[in-house]
Write a protein that binds this ligand. Structure first.
Ligand code: BF8
Length: 676
């Protein structure tokens, strides 16, 4: 014990992270310790030496013009009487916090939506047969999506109605989809995929997005000095842009990816750094857009590539993924998850990463510095995401020569296998998982053709076996213990019979913890949820994909409403959202479109609104009156989950199904199991 205390003291003195304090994951702890032993700095160490700005954390630093930054910290004693704080132009704390908040929505919506646009462009190339690297893999979904985009799916031939030619249909869908970003009039077409009652609320509030880009641009305009100075009006625009993300850019990204690359169905795989293999070429794919990673998967599986790897002394090629690219290639191909956002440097620190290829979003610039300490080739591929360090290789990926680009990348990794210069140390830890869920597979597992597609799910919610639905998503954040919030929130929910739909880094965290297996149900779930999961053979935590795939959660919620018995709108459902360890602007946009869709949404860590209490109250309380959904912040994971459960119970009561749940009896055995 004394020895342990001494090590902690030494770490503090050296200004490096204590691995046990930094993460709950033992593989991550091992790699942080190895990095420190090798003198390689990671995000965990930087979180010790660089403290966050207190005023920025409160959301009340305005740097939107050259007279500032104007800083309006909340006085330690709080605000008594009138809040007289103001910036040089007179902007109040509410205005500043609201401006900052919706600029975060703009950043997040732009990232998701630009990803969607890139997919739409590749889709268009494929539809026009300008590339042979991609083709339509899900014609059924193409027809379904065509209807939502108001594209005719049939033609009249000699008085007979026939299905429209698939290629012709794909071009028409591509054109209509691309127009969603910048059409001069009308509104985002997928808004009508929300339940009618929800769409009517948006209409009444005047927040149906006109097109995807316009709402983002308008945020930048309104938050320029001297434009919108009313926090409520600013939030109205933030809401419109966020809906344009969730029900627009992100949803288009998901749908077009499914049509091009295939709609996911459940499959088995593994998760954590232990998926890397010492005697194989390790190529780690990291980022977000699957247009690149799909082709890399295809190329790495080619027999001639595997042969080439063998010639170079390796047993084969091991692909694995970091961040949402990982989720994309897991969902469709079963490629294992190497780790979450905070583990990206650690994959290189194993000494076994022969190449890491990145595209866009959530990529640390410090990867280049870490790669320099090892043999790892770091490859950027996207014209909008380059790095300044000279050890980074840029291979610009283009759908017109996709296979050549991917072959170059895979060969670079293979050629680099023999250059490993540090002792390889891959942690042993990895967990078995079932991924690949989506709106369609939930329908298959928990549905029925009788009385509506989500009937069995709804029935189990109504009879109380399933208490409600939790959408738990989002990032890791180095300001809080890696994965602790994710895992404790999810475990508390499933213990209380709340089924969890997960995406993003929460999904990877749950995968690493072994929560994505049907067997988990018998160990961690309450008796009702355990019974359902064991009967249909699904995990209590369903992996729905990447962060753009949060649109799958929206559509699943719309299906639950449609199946009946649980109200008329998403806000009537016994459901709640959560991002326990959020950090990105994308998470704020997601959080806000959940709220605008009628979902009570709790974030962990911190929320940049605390310095403007009136604005915070608007988001936390008054939003519920307008949208049925509202924000909340809770740092403690168990309380966080309990707040979600309290909201779920409130909705059960409003639906008159609270009594049904009381009839779900726990046996003595059940109780002992849960208390153990
Ligand atoms: O889009 S959950 S850390 S990887 S931002 Fe990034 Fe956050 Fe992970 Fe995916 Ni989403």
């Amino acid at each position: 014990m004394a020895g342990e205390a001494k090590i902690k003291e030494e770490k503090k003195a050296k200004n490096v992270a204590d691995p046990q304090e930094a993460t709950i994951d033992t593989a991550t702890q091992e790699m942080i310790a190895r990095a420190q032993a090798l003198g390689v700095e990671t995000v965990f160490d930087r979180a010790v030496t660089m403290k966050p700005c207190n005023i920025g954390t409160q959301g009340t630093c305005c740097k939107n013009c050259g007279m500032g930054p104007c800083r309006l910290p909340l006085p330690k004693s709080g605000i008594e009487g009138e809040d007289t704080r103001k910036g040089l132009c007179g902007a109040t704390a509410n205005t500043i916090a609201a401006r900052n908040f919706i600029r975060m929505i703009a950043g997040g919506a732009a990232a998701h939506s630009d990803h969607g646009r890139a997919v739409a462009e590749v889709f268009m190339s494929a539809a026009r047969k300008e590339t042979d690297a991609y083709r339509i893999k899900d014609p059924h979904k193409l027809r379904d999506v065509a209807q939502w985009l108001e594209v005719e799916t049939t033609v009249e031939v000699d008085g007979e109605t026939k299905d429209r030619d698939l290629d012709e249909l794909a071009v028409a869908v591509g054109e209509k989809a691309l127009a969603e970003w910048g059409k001069p009039e009308g509104e985002v077409l997928f808004a009508k995929r929300a339940p009618e009652a929800r769409y009517e609320i948006w209409k009444k509030q005047g927040v149906v997005p006109r097109n995807i880009d316009r709402e983002i641009v308008e945020i930048m305009h309104r938050t320029h000095i001297g434009v919108d100075q009313d926090y409520k009006n600013l939030m109205k625009q933030g809401t419109r842009a966020a809906i344009g993300d969730g029900w627009g850019g992100s949803m288009l990204a998901t749908e077009l990816q499914d049509i091009l690359f295939g709609t996911p169905y459940p499959l088995a795989s593994e998760a954590n750094l232990g998926v890397m293999k010492e005697d194989m070429v390790n190529l780690v794919i990291h980022g977000h857009e699957p247009v690149l990673s799909e082709i890399i998967v295809a190329v790495a599986q080619k027999p001639e590539m595997v042969e080439y790897a063998k010639k170079k002394g390796a047993k084969g090629i091991q692909l694995s993924g970091i961040c949402c690219t990982a989720n994309e290639v897991l969902q469709r191909h079963g490629i294992p998850l190497c780790g979450t956002f905070l583990q990206q440097e650690l994959a290189i620190i194993t000494g076994a990463c022969d190449a890491m290829v990145v595209d866009i979003q959530c990529i640390f610039q410090n990867l280049a510095n870490v790669a320099k300490c090892f043999h790892t080739k770091l490859i950027t591929t996207h014209p909008i995401a380059k790095m300044e360090q000279d050890n980074v290789i840029h291979i610009e990926f283009d759908e017109h020569h996709a296979f050549e680009d991917a072959e170059k990348i895979v060969k670079l990794a293979i050629d680099n296998y023999e250059n490993r210069r540090t002792e390889v140390m891959i942690p042993k830890q990895k967990s078995s998982i079932i991924g690949g869920f989506g709106v369609e597979s939930i329908e298959y597992h928990l549905g029925g053709t009788f009385r509506g597609s989500y009937y069995t799910l709804n029935d189990n919610i109504i009879n109380g076996r399933i208490r409600g639905i939790g959408g738990v998503v989002g990032c890791n954040n180095a300001r809080t213990k890696h994965n602790q919030g994710h895992i404790e929130v999810v475990k508390e929910l499933i213990k209380n019979d709340v089924i969890v739909l997960t995406t993003g880094c929460n999904a990877i965290a749950c995968a690493m913890e072994g929560l994505l297996t049907p067997e988990t149900a018998g160990v961690f779930c309450g008796p009702g949820l355990a019974e359902v999961c064991e009967t249909v053979g699904i995990p209590p935590v369903l992996h729905l994909g990447s962060c753009v795939d949060n649109s799958r959660i929206l559509l699943a919620a719309a299906e639950v409403v449609k199946a009946g018995g649980l109200g008329k709108d998403i806000s009537d459902l016994p459901a709640a959202g959560s991002a326990p360890e959020w950090m990105s602007e994308k998470a704020i946009s997601i959080g806000h479109y959940f709220v605008a869709s009628g979902v009570y949404t709790v974030f962990g860590v911190t929320l940049p609104v605390s310095g403007a209490p009136v604005f915070q109250k608007y988001l936390f309380e008054e939003f519920e009156k307008m949208y049925g959904g509202m924000w909340d912040l809770e740092v403690d994971p168990v309380k966080h989950a309990q707040k979600m459960i309290a909201h779920i119970d409130k909705k059960r009561k409003a639906l008159g199904i609270d009594k049904a749940r009381e009839r779900v009896m726990m046996s003595m055995e059940d109780r002992m199991r849960l208390e153990a």
